[in-house]
Design a protein around this ligand. Sequence first.
Ligand SMILES: Cc1cc2nc3c(=O)[nH]c(=O)nc-3n(C[C@H](O)[C@H](O)[C@H](O)COP(=O)(O)OP(=O)(O)OC[C@H]3O[C@@H](n4cnc5c(N)ncnc54)[C@H](O)[C@@H]3O)c2cc1C
Ligand code: SF4
Length: 329
Amino acid sequence: MWNISIDEPRPFELLAPRTLEEAVELGSRHGKDAAFLAGGCDLLDQLKHQWTAPHYVINLKSIPGLKGIRSEGNAITIGALATLTEVERSTRNALPGLARAASRVATPQIRNTGTIGGNLLQDSRCPYYRGPWYCYRAGGIVCDAHHGINQEHAIFGGNRCYTVSPSDTAPILVALGSEVTVVSPAGKRQIPIDGLFTTPEENITTMHRLGPNEVLTSITIPLRSQQRSTFIKYAMRNSWDFALASAAVALEMDGGICRECRIVLGGVAPAPWRSRLAEQEIEGKALNAGNIESAARAAIAGAKPLQYNEYKLALVKKLVRNALLELSA
Ligand SMILES: Cc1cc2nc3c(=O)[nH]c(=O)nc-3n(C[C@H](O)[C@H](O)[C@H](O)COP(=O)(O)OP(=O)(O)OC[C@H]3O[C@@H](n4cnc5c(N)ncnc54)[C@H](O)[C@@H]3O)c2cc1C
Ligand code: SF4
């Protein structure tokens, strides 16, 4: 039973693999009785509150080579253990949308410690799930948010669970067409980053598709010469706060015509929400005020707000409009 006074973890053994293979082997051996540790900003909180109590914590920081950020041909590869500060500083020129998203995460202290991999794989922030309730996501038989306090919850893609993807870097990495590299006992594989995230329909108990013996090792982002990108987040506080909604846009301009436009929303669905209808209003067209307005309207098509979060409709429209206007300048 959850207890409000708990502020220390249950005893666990800290394992320090020296290679990826060793980490994957330890993950396979201990399964759900182990957790991978990166920066610890999310995991340590969960351990201290005893929301999760594995007997083994596998420290990925003891493995060399998971940290660097390097340019290779027409792509940038970011090691999963690169900190958010490092990501912000290294991508300002080549990928300004990503740099902006990294700079909007939490506080400088958390950005100095938290890693890009951990940011993508962090768990739901729904206060019911992280509180003394026992909702669907925690294995129970009800969604407390659905009939409770749901200002911060999903307007898209909710299905029994209405939590939102809390990561600020996920929407822009999806918009930029990134791929992630994952190492498992079967070897190394690269998948489009959209494939990393799951929905409550598929698995209500997790936010991502990695198994307990799979390590995210890097993220590769293609560089395109005519590409422009941006990220705009709205939160109640500017210091540290999770997004009530965010909009990430990446597009290429070709003779005044917009190509390869991707518009991805954060904080409004259980996974980064790609707004294909909004993209269609821009793709192959001029980036002018009329088309931008159509895209902003299309971005909320199909939304199903809950009792207290209808305000997100106007918010999403404004964020998409502002992001596109910024890129049209
Ligand atoms: C006060 C506060 C405010 C915050 N505000 C924001 C915000 O505004 N925006 C935002 O986006 N985030 C925010 N966060 C979340 C924060 O950014 C993440 O907690 C942090 O980035 C996670 O990174 P980490 O390296 O500390 O991950 P950890 O806590 O170490 O790990 C997180 C999870 O990912 C798993 N994991 C980590 N790396 C790997 C890997 N390479 N392979 C497999 N599994 C892995 C861990 O097992 C764990 O389950 C906030 C957090 C706090 C505490
Ligand atoms: S939104 Fe999801 S995490 Fe939150 S109470 Fe409902 S089922 Fe639980």
